[in-house]
Design a protein around this ligand. Sequence first.
Ligand code: NAD
Length: 244
Amino acid sequence: MKGHTAVITGGGRGIGKAIGESLAGRGVNIVVVDVNLDIARETASGMERLGVKSLPLKADVSNSSDVSGIIDSAVKEFGKIEILVNNAGITRDGLLLRMKEEDWDAVINVNLKGTFLCSKEAVKVMAKQRYGRIINIASIVAFMGNPGQANYSASKAGIVGLTKTIAKEYAGRGITANAVAPGFITTAMTDALSDTVRQEMLKSIPMNKFGTVEDVAASVAFFASPDAGYVTGQVMHVNGGMYM
Ligand code: NAD
């Protein structure tokens, strides 16, 4: 993977940042795409300290002109894109009967439409190269559902269907598409939960611990590598046994 270029959406913090660090550690140049340019810049500086080139770019993945802009900028800077990680994601939780239409639209637009738009633009570049690795970040709730997350679980289930379709459409062009479905991962979000809630959640995880951002990044790095060349349309579950 040394010298490859990866575009990582939502790469400024959390799981996206850990994915960038993992790939940078393998010599991959990183395009850090985030709606928040300050954190994209800070994270890109961190990647450069790992000895690779890194380009921070501001974009809202649900906006088609932003997306074509970042893919153009990435190609201008590095000449090629081998890896796309569709990681940008948001939640706007609420029970179905209380869920506002704008909360449904916001989550579907960022999580699902964003994955569609970025994949479409990247595939144009990857098809010409006859090589590409697309890795989409889904979620355990795509498979289990979750009260309060009708919009989010639908967006993540949509990502699984989209991943399999891209895999079938572009297998002949040397492009693989796979998804990683994390369970409960320790991030700012899970840190904020009370001890009681955390204990309740842990009861449903056979390994009795939350995952780390590095656990997710390791699976992404496998799918992104040439070693995974015969693996496409698959979902890797990273959840401590919570769903199998
Ligand atoms: P996070 O909120 O810490 O990071 C998400 C990043 O995406 C942020 O830097 C944010 O600025 C960026 N972003 C948000 N909207 C964007 C947009 N429209 N365009 C571009 N960038 C945007 O979240 P995280 O916990 O690191 O989650 C990363 C991914 O993993 C998400 O897709 C999430 O759904 C998924 N996931 C997380 C968990 C978990 O337990 N944390 C579990 C399953 C799946």
